[in-house]
Design a protein. Structure first.
Length: 443
């Protein structure tokens, strides 16, 4: 019998259901993760208890219950700091919206419940009392690193189009291959993604591009990603014909994405950073391709796409800021570093350096050493500026609006203009960031 480490709160949930006389199992991703030696972050339970019986058991013990999906048999039970999703064994009717079942029928055994699940690796059940239950070959597929639908792939994807993105996400994150029949079902049903809410697609897409095999999955399933983001079509196969580049725009994008740390803001920046290169393409008299203004246009397109996918304003703004600056070059002098710090702050400055490095590493070896030395020097100057505590924002300026008013400046817009002038003078090294010296310089 398999022995897994289960959280104390999940153990309480299973125990109370069993003590109430109901068969109960851990199900889905938490079992998959335990089989793979990982610590689950979420705990799902499937049980023979009906939703009302679940509510009765846990409210009797003073645990909070939330009716998140009671119409489909799911009750959320809050135990300690964890939310347990507890769902009654069920079979499902048709999926007219390709997302959720029109009806569910509660059943008495887990065998029928397993048939409705998406992939074999997510159809494993585990009970401390009964051990591991594998009815569809999920354990073997995990060992082989294979993603396979439970039953007929076309039916599973037709039921819920989001499963297409989930399959790609799992492949990217886990490094698993998608089984041949499942892959055929993905390509055949990819149009169903148009019927899925933007928020749900966004969640899966973000996890996908942050996966360890994101480059491979995005390349192999680019026609599926096109349904989500049609604008990438022009990038695929678009040759750059420039000594700085050795890949087409799409492959360069994927190489750059894979060469940056798997943080959503950074991966999104690399995904979108060159999306408008094809529309900015120009050829000079020597036959060399150029892509002037592509950072600004790519940022505008990224903003539009990210808004459609319901990304937050803060994430969208930061991504677009990094895209606009990804090709920006300036001499590695303190004055220039201070001015850019003033514009974007230290956190985004450091992200920008990561973006520039990833972009460079996805280019040809042409002037690679010089490019690396340039970025290294920028980073050295940035570190020195921060260590020395040099002023690059109004909040660090040695004078304030009150000082100017006390010196006789009338309150109003003129105060702001003078403070900006003072900050610029400090960053340019014209005057020290000293109250008396600044007032002498300004007034």
């Amino acid at each position: 019998m398999e022995k897994f480490v289960i959280s104390e709160n999940a153990s309480i949930g299973l125990r109370l259901l069993e003590e109430g006389g109901y068969e109960s199992w851990l199900a889905g991703g938490c079992v998959r993760d335990m089989v793979m030696g990982k610590t689950p972050h979420d705990w799902d339970i499937t049980t023979s208890a009906t939703p009302q019986e679940i509510i009765g058991i846990f409210t009797k013990k003073s645990y909070k219950t939330i009716l998140t999906g009671i119409e489909h048999g799911t009750v959320t039970v809050v135990i300690g700091s964890e939310n347990l999703e507890i769902t009654t064994f069920r079979s499902e009717g048709s999926y007219s919206d390709h997302r959720r079942p029109d009806s569910v029928t509660f059943v008495s055994s887990p065998e029928e419940d397993v048939k409705r699940r998406d992939f074999t690796m997510n159809a494993l059940l585990y009970s401390p009392k009964r051990g591991l239950l594998d009815l569809v070959g999920g354990l073997e597929d995990i060992k082989k690193g294979v993603i396979r639908t439970v039953g007929e792939p076309f039916e599973r994807f037709d039921e819920d189009g989001l499963r297409i993105m989930r399959a790609l996400r799992f492949s990217s994150v886990l490094g698993f291959e998608i089984e041949e029949g499942t892959e055929a079902g993905i390509f055949e049903n990819k149009g169903l993604l148009r019927e899925i809410s933007e928020e749900r697609k966004r969640e899966e897409f973000t996890k996908l591009i942050c996966g360890k095999d994101a480059k491979y999955v995005l390349f192999k399933y680019s026609s599926v990603i096109e349904v989500l983001i049609p604008r990438i079509h022009a990038m695929i196969g678009f040759e750059q014909n420039n000594p700085h580049h050795c890949y087409d725009v799409w492959v360069h994008t994927l190489e750059a994405l894979q060469k940056i740390s798997p943080e959503p803001i950074l991966r999104l920046t690399m995904f979108f950073h060159d999306i408008e290169k094809p529309s900015c393409h120009l050829i000079d008299s020597d036959g060399i391709s150029h892509f002037y203004t592509h950072p600004e246009k790519s940022a505008a397109t990224a903003e539009w796409i990210m808004k459609n996918l319901r990304y937050s304003s803060s994430i969208t703004e930061r991504v677009c800021r990094l895209i606009k600056l990804h090709d920006y070059r300036f001499p590695p002098a303190k004055q220039n570093v201070l001015r850019l710090l003033n514009r974007i702050g230290e956190a985004d400055f450091r992200l920008l350096l990561k973006v520039k490095r990833a972009d460079m590493l996805a280019q040809s070896p042409y002037f690679r050493k010089e490019k690396e030395e340039y970025l290294d020097e920028i980073e050295r100057v940035l570190d020195a500026v921060i260590e020395e505590g040099l002023c690059f924002s109004l909040k660090d300026l040695a004078i304030s609006g009150r000082d100017l008013i006390a010196a006789g400046v009338k309150p109003g817009k003129e105060i702001g203009r003078i403070l900006d002038e003072a900050l610029a003078a400090v960053m340019d090294g014209i005057v020290e960031n000293d109250r008396e010296k600044l007032l002498a310089y300004l007034i």
